[in-house]
Design a protein around this ligand. Structure first.
Ligand code: ATP
Ligand code: MG
Length: 474
């Protein structure tokens, strides 16, 4: 009996553990809510994410042997490459950084060095953890802030009254204390229900003003992970400053200050580094831009290859100094992406190719995809426009035919002018809805607005037919 119970408990624990980490099919399921098609890419990132977790459970010596599943997403512009990576990071609640490979230069040249991506990722992680911790202590900080404001409004009775009035008896003090307490409670109720929000109050603020403190360090200091501002900030005594604001604002400010005091920044930094090391995701966009395009010319190519070489150790796993401490990049997941129109993945230096063992191609989007993208994702474009107009009390509806027509036009323009993928839908919709977006609320439609196929063709056909015009407008 006991045995079976403990067995049950154990299996429950394991289940809870695994529930936190989504399974590959769950990850794909979640991605499906936002991204249409591109099944192969979704599968690849789902496996990579799960594999990283699996790898962490393996014994040390074997674990080191298993290469991380870094991925290259190959596909034309606007088909969901960045979107997949971004959503993935959200799902995993992981620190996520998107960088453009073309922004980096080889060490020694003017420009950002590749290590800065890890420093930026760590910054993001620290902010993430800090926000979480702040939310955890929010209730407590709120309470403390309330107490502080009460102290200002109704200062507590000093226990040392005895010194000034040695003759007087205990009773008076007790009485005074009792009265004070009662008034405080009365005031507390008023504070709580917001009655006092607009009243002004003066209080001591210890928050350092962020203005006038912008200290610019010598060039490159920031890149070395040294934050002059922070050093200066710590050196300067924390000056108390009298401020006068409404009680509502004071409450906000004091709550923030109290929350700051309650969280242990050292702990935050430690956790942030751990999170980067174990769950961080770096998305390197435009990786094809640092691939040499075959021709063996001198010049910029030298520096491009240098960037690739600088990338190697970071992708493979090395230690990077950040202002919060050393960060190991062994388990950071790297997802590279590029259109690879001119250069091919094989134009990357072989060592780098080896570090991105998984390659996935994303396809161009079709008319049917566009219909789906317009309507089904949780943040679907049409839903966005409906929500925008709903704020002004206007109900917007699209007929099925109208949606089909928009998708058709998007495909047409993509074929004729330039394929910019799903981004085309944005330009088409802004053109289509231009009038209503401008008119509301000055000229309100009498009834709900229904967009049908005819309206779509009336508004857009002439532009689509005229290639030159569509180049500019759509
Ligand atoms: N398959 C898709 N499903 C839903 N929305 C998509 C899809 N593809 C693209 N989008 C939408 O189109 C826009 C651009 O997509 P995204 O940023 O992912 O393009 P990309 O593939 O990274 O292109 P680029 O190579 O130019 O960076 C986003 O707003 C995204 O929501
Ligand atoms: Mg992109």
């Amino acid at each position: 009996m006991i045995k079976s119970m403990s067995k049950k408990l154990k299996s429950k624990n394991i289940m809870e553990e695994t529930r936190k980490e989504l399974t590959p099919s769950q990850i794909v399921g979640e991605l499906n809510k936002f991204i249409i098609g591109q099944h192969e890419a979704k599968r690849a990132v789902a496996i990579a994410l799960r594999n990283r977790w699996r790898r962490q459970l393996i014994q040390d010596n074997l674990r080191e042997e298993i290469l991380p599943n870094n991925i290259i997403l190959i596909g034309p512009t606007g088909v969901g490459k960045t979107e997949i990576a971004r959503r993935l990071a959200k799902l995993a609640n992981a620190p996520f950084l998107k960088v453009e490979a073309s922004k980096f230069t080889e060490v020694g040249y003017v420009g950002r060095d590749v290590e800065s991506m890890i420093r930026d990722l760590t910054d993001i992680s620290v902010n993430m953890v800090k926000l979480e911790k702040t939310n955890e202590v929010k209730a407590k900080a709120d309470e403390l802030a309330e107490e502080k404001i009460l102290d200002i409004l109704i200062p507590p009775v000093k226990k040392s009254v005895g010194i000034t009035h040695p003759q007087e008896g205990q009773n008076d003090t007790n009485n005074e204390e009792y009265q004070n307490k009662k008034t405080r409670e009365w005031m507390r109720a008023k504070l709580k229900n917001g009655e006092m929000d607009d009243k002004m109050i003066e209080f001591d603020s210890t928050a350092q003003s962020s203005f006038g403190m912008q200290v610019l360090g010598p060039f490159g200091m920031d890149d070395m992970g040294i934050n002059i501002q922070e050093i200066m900030g710590n050196m300067m005594p924390k000056k108390k400053k009298k401020r006068k604001t409404s009680i509502a604002e004071a409450r906000n400010l004091i709550t923030q200050e109290e929350a700051q005091k309650l969280i242990d920044m050292e702990q935050v930094q430690k956790e942030a580094i751990q999170r980067v090391e174990n769950t961080g995701i770096v998305f390197i966009d435009e990786i094809d831009k640092v691939a040499s395009s075959g021709s063996k010319t001198q010049g910029p190519d030298v520096s491009r290859e240098g960037v690739q070489r600088d990338l190697l150790p970071i992708v493979e796993g090395s230690n990077v100094n950040t202002k919060y401490g050393v960060v190991r990049t062994d388990h950071v997941l790297f997802i590279a992406s590029g259109a690879f129109h001119v250069a091919k993945p094989s134009d990357l230096i072989p060592e780098l190719q080896g570090r991105f063992p998984i390659r996935v191609e994303l396809r161009s989007l079709t008319e049917d995809d566009f219909v789906q993208i317009l309507t089904t994702p949780e943040n679907a474009l049409l839903k966005q426009y409906c929500a925008l107009l709903a704020t002004e009390g206007v109900k917007l509806e699209f007929t099925k035919d109208a949606i089909r027509e928009v998708a058709k036009i998007a495909t047409e323009v993509n074929e004729q002018v330039e394929n910019i993928g799903a981004r085309r839908l944005h330009t088409i919709l802004t053109t289509l809805l231009d009038e209503i977006l401008f008119d509301v609320p000055d000229k309100m439609p009498p009834d709900k607005v229904i967009i049908d196929a005819k309206m779509v063709t009336d508004k857009l056909d002439s532009i689509v037919k005229n290639r030159d015009l569509s180049k500019f407008i759509l």
